[in-house]
Unconditional design. Structure first.
Length: 249
């Protein structure tokens, strides 16, 4: 597909997503400007990022460092004004040195070891990284045990009971700024109850840390429910860019 055709497709998709966000905000009695669209561009080329940037998108999300790092460098060459990068995937400590070079926001902070690694590396690089505490909202089925790790079936994140401890640690760590919370609705369940729970957790965090006002929730299929429950950032991939091409390592 030629760039003019792709640009026209992305412009049409972007308009549709913005219309959905505006309608959801109107239904919730909120201004549309309250919600930031984060375009999830995993497996899509840097040229798509540049095209979306030329259409007014400023925030982009990736979940694999091995794809994100070279893409961020390529985008910097394609789009002079620059963009704001969000790392939204589960983050291994050994990937932190790379991630802090390009990520402005890390959505998936879920353990103290990661807080310390991000802080030390960000400070050494002279950067200030905004961190969101990822909350695990998955619930085990009745009579079963919760999966032990994200790889075994959960979406990842810290248990709700540990969120405030992690928030305190981020707020106290040099090189980091506490932004708020993030979550993904559980698979196979209605998203609204999870987003209601997340909103309550976000209020608890903001009561202790008044500047931590970000609620990152909602994707292509459930952004309306997330906005109804206070989401300030929605992470949209498929609705914006279409079906994903395979990721090539």
């Amino acid at each position: 597909m030629t760039s003019p055709d792709r640009r026209a497709e992305l412009a049409e998709r972007l308009a549709a997503v913005r219309d959905r966000i505006a309608a959801a905000c109107q239904a919730a009695g909120r201004p549309a400007a309250d919600v930031t669209l984060v375009a999830i561009t995993k497996t899509f080329p840097a040229t798509d990022v540049a095209l979306l940037a030329s259409l007014g998108v400023t925030d982009f999300g990736e979940n694999r460092d091995q794809e994100a790092a070279p893409k961020a460098a390529e985008v910097a060459a394609l789009w002079e004004p620059g963009v704001r990068w969000h790392f939204v995937g589960q983050l291994q400590v050994n990937k932190v040195p790379s991630v802090v070079r390009y990520a402005d926001v890390v959505h998936s902070v879920d353990r103290l070891r990661l807080v310390r690694a991000l802080g030390s590396r960000a400070a050494a690089a002279g950067r200030q990284i905004t961190c969101l505490i990822q909350v695990d909202l998955d619930e085990p089925a009745p009579g079963s045990q919760a999966p032990a790790t994200a790889a075994e079936g959960t979406r990842g994140g810290a248990p709700p009971s540990e969120v405030l401890v992690l928030a305190d640690a981020v707020a106290a760590q040099g090189g980091l700024e506490l932004g708020g919370v993030m979550a993904v609705a559980p698979l196979g369940a209605q998203p609204r109850p999870a987003f209601i729970e997340l909103r309550g957790i976000a209020r608890t965090v903001a009561a202790a840390h008044p500047g931590a006002t970000i609620i990152s929730a909602g994707m292509s299929g459930d952004l309306e429910d997330a906005i109804a429950e206070g989401a300030t950032h929605v992470r949209v991939g498929t609705a914006l860019l279409g079906g994903r091409p395979p990721f090539v390592r």
